[in-house]
Design a protein around this ligand. Structure first.
Ligand SMILES: C[S@@+](CC[C@H](N)C(=O)[O-])C[C@H]1O[C@@H](n2cnc3c(N)ncnc32)[C@H](O)[C@@H]1O
Length: 199
């Protein structure tokens, strides 16, 4: 897919500068809430895991098992160094092929907005399938419908979002129960966040 290739190439180039500017503490509160909802020593899939910080590293430090997927090899190399306890795999979230009922939790933050929105319904369907019953999903996306390209750290980047109402409708329609949804400002950025549960 043209968009995925562009996103992958750009993150391979900008990985280090992205993390040198990243506020690593901006969603600590959401990470704590997510962990509180998970079983001790549970297994979490981090989708679009980037360099494994803060998410993977924090989850591992709290006793959870982490599998991270990303399309950028540079990000994955960084993740393996930052979180040696994690398992980091090159995989596109459009092609999730994990077994049914594999994970206690799925987190995907600051990543879904790089995937064409027409694919979001199928991605949420796969998230539901590969979570165990009672499993928890935490995602964020943009706050308004949009699709297009812009420069990000000097490279071309693809962005795509439904508006929050549509994202919520999709997440509910695949079977999730909503624990929290709303726009939050973190690190000065507005994002739409959802905590959901596979009942
Ligand atoms: C803005 S970074 C965020 C990384 C990390 N989640 C964080 O919070 O720091 C977005 C990440 O999503 C990854 N990504 C983009 N499209 C993806 C796809 N289709 N499948 C898997 N990962 C993807 C990028 O390579 C990049 O590492």
């Amino acid at each position: 897919m043209f968009e995925t290739d562009m996103v992958k190439k750009s993150y391979n180039k900008i990985a280090a500068s992205y993390y040198s500017h990243r506020d690593l503490n901006k969603f600590n509160g959401e990470l704590d809430k997510f962990i509180d909802l998970l079983p001790k020593n549970g297994h979490v899939l981090d989708v679009g895991c980037g360099a494994g910080i803060p998410t993977g590293k924090y989850l591992v430090s709290r006793g959870l098992k982490v599998t991270g997927i990303d399309i950028s090899d540079t990000m994955l190399e960084m993740a393996r160094k930052n979180v040696p306890e994690g398992n980091f795999i090159n995989k596109d979230m459009n092609k999730l092929d994990f077994n049914e009922n594999s994970f206690d939790g799925i987190i995907s933050v600051y990543a879904l907005f790089h995937v064409p929105k027409k694919n979001h319904p199928n991605i949420f369907k796969q998230f539901f399938k590969i979570l165990k019953p009672g499993g928890i999903l935490l995602i964020n996306t943009g706050t308004s419908e949009s699709e297009g390209l812009s420069k990000f750290f000097g490279e071309s980047m693809f962005w795509s979002n439904y508006d929050p109402k549509k994202t919520l409708e999709i997440v509910k329609s695949v079977g999730f129960s909503i624990l929290f949804e709303g726009v939050l400002v973190r690190g000065g950025e507005f994002q739409y966040w959802i905590f959901a549960k596979k009942q």
